[in-house]
Design a protein around this ligand. Structure first.
Ligand code: 6LW
Length: 531
């Protein structure tokens, strides 16, 4: 009897694991331009990061639903120059591929528009120095396609181009072939090649990364074409009357992957809107099942649309280590050279701007605290201020930082910020003004910078808080983490991509800056809580 019920229980738990559905986006918040590959039973995914450093986070999953960040591909300034880049520049759409035991991540850096790739045999460790594509600059969205012992480089520069390369050096082998521009939509981009049932499939996004984004697929018996379009294109789109009221918009820039049980899956970007087609959290990573019968075209989630609540059968789900709600800022030992951002010992999911000055960040000076030393570069500048941030992942959140202000020097400021761009951020700022600690709300929108409210703080310990709902960001301060004073509120739409442009989403950050070049003050952050 006992044996029968145990077997029943086991069968029941396996079937629920397969059929439990999942929630989209699988990577919420600014996780744009996703690309995915499989190595055995493990999936790895990368995203673009633009001006943020380290660049290109890499996530691991067993089921494509639950993801854990295991590293970053670009951790050293020797790999990438991000100085003076903003949300329109830096690292664009990466592709990750796995071949012969080696992982490759290929991308483009703006404004030089150089394509390059890095590789590793251990995605949890450091990645190689860049191998720069020597024969072409321009546009973006490179990908690699491996077949037999050959490597092909595919990229967009006007139209979609392909040529064989020497994978050791990036050098061109043979002619460049032109694969067209898809179906003629604006901004054909994010191309990838897959081989299945004797066909080469060329998948790409068109329509621009905004509301008109969608995914088309074409195929050919020859790698170099000509490619015939799927009569049922687009295979993924919310740019239709049927989906006009969905809060998920801008679906596109997709990649396909086959699991070891032979099921096919698509990951893509999209964004969740609030109000009328505005979004603040950047482009996020979504997942959809794909039916792909032998010799036929792939069908994404039945009708080419995606929902937040996906009811479909999944791979057996394996929970992963997400980011903690409370970051205690304990030093994390990593096997990384001092030239790597990883040597600072920050937890996964935190990024600085441009190429940061490592000496201004310490988790070792006072154990259990993140010490930030100020620079005269401020967060209003497109440069490398002392700044460290994580992604906003939901419209409703509360972010609180516990800060020790005892060592704020005269003229120094430290704070918490909802940061979209150098000229678009809402902050709670502590400032040492002639020995007094003044706390203020700061609203920066374009050329306008305004303090809504300020007050003297009779404490060196403060709790700085930003919350948000679907309409506003709210700025608070407390001295006991219980009674909070509202210092200001501002509409979320001035931090939206539709307002400010660029390709990123709101980050929740901590910063230190000063008007005094010989400032030797600092701020100690005890913890950061995000709920
Ligand atoms: C990227 C392009 C895109 O290069 O947006 O949505 C661009 N797709 O493929 C910037 O992320």
């Amino acid at each position: 009897m006992k044996k029968i019920s145990l077997t029943l229980l086991l069968l029941l738990s396996i079937s629920t694991a397969f059929a439990q559905g999942f929630k989209n986006p699988v990577l919420p918040g600014f996780h744009a331009d996703p690309s995915v590959c499989r190595a055995g039973d493990d999936f790895y995914l990368v995203n673009s990061t633009f001006q943020y450093f380290p660049g290109v986070p890499i996530f691991h999953s067993k089921d494509l639903v639950n993801w854990e960040q295991v590293g970053n591909c670009l951790t050293r300034s020797s790999q990438v120059d991000l100085s003076r880049t903003d949300g329109n520049g830096g690292i664009y759409a990466p592709t990750i591929r796995y071949n012969n035991g080696r992982f490759y991540m290929v991308t483009t850096v703006y404004p030089s528009r150089r394509h390059f790739y890095v590789w590793t045999d251990d995605p949890k460790g450091e990645w190689s120095e860049p191998i720069v594509i020597p024969f072409d600059v321009g546009s973006c969205d490179p990908t690699l396609y491996f077949e037999d012992d050959k490597t092909y480089f595919l990229w967009k520069n006007g139209d979609i181009k392909i040529c064989e390369i020497d994978v050791e050096t990036g050098k061109q082998i043979g002619d460049i072939h032109h694969l067209g521009t898809g179906l003629g939509g604006r901004y054909p981009e994010g191309p990838h090649i897959y081989k299945k049932d004797g066909y080469y499939y060329l998948m790409l996004a068109e329509g621009g990364t905004e509301h008109g984004h969608h995914v088309n697929i074409l195929r050919s018996h020859s790698l170099f074409g000509p490619y015939e379009p799927n009569p049922a294109n687009p295979i993924l789109s919310h740019f239709s009357m049927a989906m006009q009221n969905s809060n998920i918009q801008g679906l596109g820039h997709a990649d396909l992957v086959q699991a070891s049980d032979s099921s096919w899956w698509m990951i893509c970007l999209g964004y969740r809107t609030s109000g009328y087609l505005q979004h603040v959290m950047g482009r996020e990573t979504f997942l959809a099942p794909v039916e792909w019968k032998s010799g036929e075209w792939p069908i994404v989630n039945g009708d080419g649309t995606i929902a937040v609540d996906m009811k479909c059968k999944t791979l057996p789900q394996v929970p992963m280590q997400g980011y903690p709600e409370r970051e205690e800022f304990d030093f994390t030992e990593r096997n990384a050279p001092t030239t790597s951002y990883a040597s600072i010992g920050l937890p996964m999911g935190w990024h600085s701007l441009c190429n940061p000055i490592y000496a201004n960040y310490s988790l070792k000076s006072r154990r259990g605290y993140l010490r930030l030393k100020p620079t005269t570069t401020t967060i209003d500048q497109t440069a490398s201020p002392t700044f460290v941030a994580r992604r906003q992942t939901e419209l409703n959140f509360t972010a609180t930082a516990s800060v020790d202000l005892s060592h704020l020097a005269e003229g120094m400021q430290a704070g918490i910020t909802a940061y979209a761009a150098p000229l678009n951020h809402y902050d709670v700022v502590a400032e040492n003004r002639k020995g007094q600690i003044v706390i203020k709300s700061n609203i920066r929108i374009g050329q306008m910078s305004s303090t809504m409210k300020e007050q003297v703080l009779n404490s060196k310990q403060a709790y700085l808080r930003i919350t948000s709902d679907r309409d506003f960001y709210y700025l608070y301060v407390s001295t006991d983490n219980s009674d909070y004073t509202l210092l200001g509120k501002m509409e979320y739409r001035y931090l939206s991509t539709e307002t400010i442009g660029g390709f990123t989403g709101v980050m929740l950050g901590l910063f230190a800056q000063t008007s005094n070049p010989s400032d030797n003050g600092y701020v100690d952050i005890d913890w950061f809580n995000y709920k």
